[in-house]
Design a protein around this ligand. Structure first.
Ligand SMILES: *[C@@H]1O[C@H](CO)[C@@H](O)[C@H](O)[C@H]1NC(C)=O
Ligand SMILES: *[C@@H]1O[C@H](CO)[C@@H](O)[C@H](O)[C@H]1NC(C)=O
Ligand SMILES: *[C@@H]1O[C@H](CO)[C@@H](O)[C@H](O)[C@H]1NC(C)=O
Ligand SMILES: *[C@@H]1O[C@H](CO)[C@@H](O)[C@H](O)[C@H]1NC(C)=O
Ligand SMILES: *[C@@H]1O[C@H](CO)[C@@H](O)[C@H](O)[C@H]1NC(C)=O
Ligand SMILES: *[C@@H]1O[C@H](CO)[C@@H](O)[C@H](O)[C@H]1NC(C)=O
Length: 529
């Protein structure tokens, strides 16, 4: 779809910013050797499987959800990958007499307005509706390991294999990349699923026995395109005798025939687990150093995994556990966190970041179903809320525009001497193509004083094609704690069908002109000759 573009004059905006602090950002013209390859599905989704049928749609597709995926796909040429599983993966049984799924939910509360199902029973069509997804979508599906019931895992794996062999799924070209055996097994010794003494050695033994059976049931072999994804732990002990990639490898998980079918390692991570939010908490989430502090500890895990030629992903992640903190995870500030977190992950060598989503969770990018109670406190809504996108969704649009459609773009973090400003450069065919700049100072409804601004000047380094002009596209946010009302290049995606409304509006300036970057703002710069 082509939108009319308005080029707005950039200079007139300056009077709004008092005392803009000068920041110089060095940007390489051609790709540095330290740059990381970008997977076009860097932004991916982890879906709580108890309400998978609401996401996909049963007898017909969920058009709203499909549109949200399509918007993202348009920007990179690849649909986001999906992992379907999580907590309810370990509470799922199979019964061929169930049509789609039947779930039992515990009572909701003000802190957890939309709890996970305590019990889910699924039938064949639950898996078959995977055919509703965009062409070429890659899928990870989880099977029950927590309840230590091989029959459940076997029947699920068999039904998954049958679903992906149907004509409808084959025509849709949706691919089963991985089966995941169990969710966050590092917690089993503390949640009652296994004895308190259960360790990584026992895990590997039991995983291998399940994998033996599941590989036969789901047709996973050295020749199949479906493989196993390993790990999926909530934390990492980073050592050879812990629940971690290092522990998995030291326990010999890769030595068995089944273990050799592991081609990717998944890690889960949340930046905290607060259940009641505050503005302070929002700034903590967004802060540049705290994002780095959350991700840098995984550097040795990524290195250990990549050294064996395996892929490494964040298979389930989001801001704060507990489905997010109210007034924090559901806000515009969280969109800035999402973008910085995802791009920092990419340049650490994490190929995909699966942001966890459930119906009614505070930290969702997408609410795929009509909600009748508040995601903030569980109170009954006067009028039901139709499916809609939440602020974090804009981070996905921005990242995907920066990644682009080349299929071979690369990213490097820019070294910016400022505690609030982070930035990344994007390269296509070795040449500088885009830069993303994020000002993570939280400007909230309770901030006092004028909104601060950074006055950014670029200084180009190295050899490469000289750049003369750039377009500046802004994520406009009134306040970091706003739960809606954002615009991306003047367009809103908070519409009934998730398609953009409004006219695309960008600034076109000389590369030597300064760029104003307000507190709580993102700009995407696109360079032209
Ligand atoms: C921003 O920096 C440019 C270039 O150094 C300068 O000309 C301009 O006056 C600055 N603007 C503000 C608002 O500080
Ligand atoms: C084991 O799984 C099967 C299939 O999901 C289920 O019917 C059965 O009740 C489960 N057994 C136990 C003890 O939970
Ligand atoms: C897998 O487990 C199921 C359920 O216990 C059993 O019926 C089946 O024979 C097993 N398959 C293999 C290949 O071990
Ligand atoms: C994989 O394919 C090769 C060649 O077609 C075949 O010889 C081998 O038996 C297959 N292995 C498995 C596990 O299916
Ligand atoms: C796994 O295989 C490697 C390489 O052959 C070997 O060094 C290691 O001791 C084995 N680990 C276990 C636990 O069997
Ligand atoms: C970084 O910024 C600080 C404070 O603005 C300044 O004192 C320091 O000299 C800068 N460091 C570099 C390497 O530019």
């Amino acid at each position: 779809m082509i939108f009319p573009v308005i080029f707005v004059a950039a200079l007139g905006a300056w009077f709004r910013y008092a005392n803009a602090q000068a920041v110089t950002v060095a940007v390489p013209l051609s790709v540095p050797s330290s740059a990381a390859s970008l997977n076009p599905s860097l932004l991916s989704f982890s879906i709580e499987q108890d309400r998978w049928a609401d996401w996909a749609g049963t007898t017909s597709k969920n058009g709203f959800f499909l549109n949200t995926l399509h918007n993202l796909e348009q920007r990179t040429g690849h649909a986001p990958s999906l992992r379907i599983g999580a907590d309810s993966e370990d509470h799922t049984n199979f019964d061929p007499s169930v049509e789609f799924s039947e779930a039992v939910f515990p009572a909701f509360s003000a802190t957890t307005p939309y709890p996970e199902a305590s019990n889910v029973v699924v039938g064949d069509k639950y898996y078959q509706i995977i055919s509703h997804l965009p062409k070429g979508t890659s899928v990870i599906w989880g099977v029950n390991f927590g309840q230590n019931n091989l029959t459940a895992a076997f029947l699920e794996a068999q039904s998954i294999q049958n679903a992906f062999s149907t004509k409808a799924v084959k025509e849709a070209k949706v691919k089963l990349d991985f089966i995941e055996i169990g969710n966050e097994a590092d917690l089993y010794h503390s949640n009652g699923d296994r004895p308190g003494t259960w360790n990584i050695a026992e895990y590997t033994k039991e995983w291998t026995a399940f994998a033996q059976n599941i590989s036969a049931a789901a047709g996973i072999s050295s020749n199949s395109s479906t493989k196993f994804i390993g790990g999926g732990f909530l934390g990492s002990g980073h050592s050879s005798n812990s629940f971690s990639p290092q522990g998995l490898f030291a326990s010999g998980i890769l030595n068995s025939t089944e273990g050799q079918l592991i081609t990717s390692i998944s890690q889960h991570h949340y930046s905290g687990s607060f259940c009641s939010g505050s503005a302070g908490l929002l700034q903590d989430l967004m802060t540049k150093s705290s994002i780095r502090g959350n991700l840098n500890p995984f550097v040795p895990d990524i290195a250990a995994t990549r050294a064996l030629g395996l892929d490494y992903v964040l298979g389930e992640t989001n801001s704060y556990a507990c489905h997010g903190a109210p007034g924090v995870s559901n806000t515009a500030g969280a969109a800035l966190w999402t973008l910085d977190y995802m791009l920092f992950s990419a340049q650490l060598g994490i190929s995909k970041v699966y942001f966890h989503q459930g119906v009614g969770y505070k930290y969702n990018m997408i609410q795929p179903a009509t909600l009748t109670r508040s995601i903030i406190d569980g109170s009954t809504l006067d009028t039901p809320l139709d499916p809609h996108v939440q602020p974090q969704y804009y981070a996905g649009l921005i990242a995907n525009e920066a990644i682009g459609k080349s299929g071979s773009s690369k990213i490097v973090e820019l070294n910016i001497n400022d505690t609030r400003v982070s930035g990344y450069a994007f390269f296509e065919h070795e040449n500088l193509k885009h830069a993303v700049l994020i000002n993570s100072e939280a400007f909230t409804t309770s901030s006092t004083g004028p909104r601060t601004s950074k006055n950014i000047t670029l200084s180009f380094t190295g050899d490469g094609t000289e750049r003369k002009t750039m377009t500046v596209k802004r994520l406009a946010i009134n306040f970091a704690d706003d739960a809606n009302g954002l615009t991306w290049g003047g367009q809103s995606f908070e519409t009934a069908d998730a398609r953009p409304s409004g006219t695309l509006s960008v600034e076109k300036i000389n590369v030597n002109d300064a760029v104003a970057l307000q507190a709580t703002e993102v700009v995407l710069l696109s360079f032209h000759n």
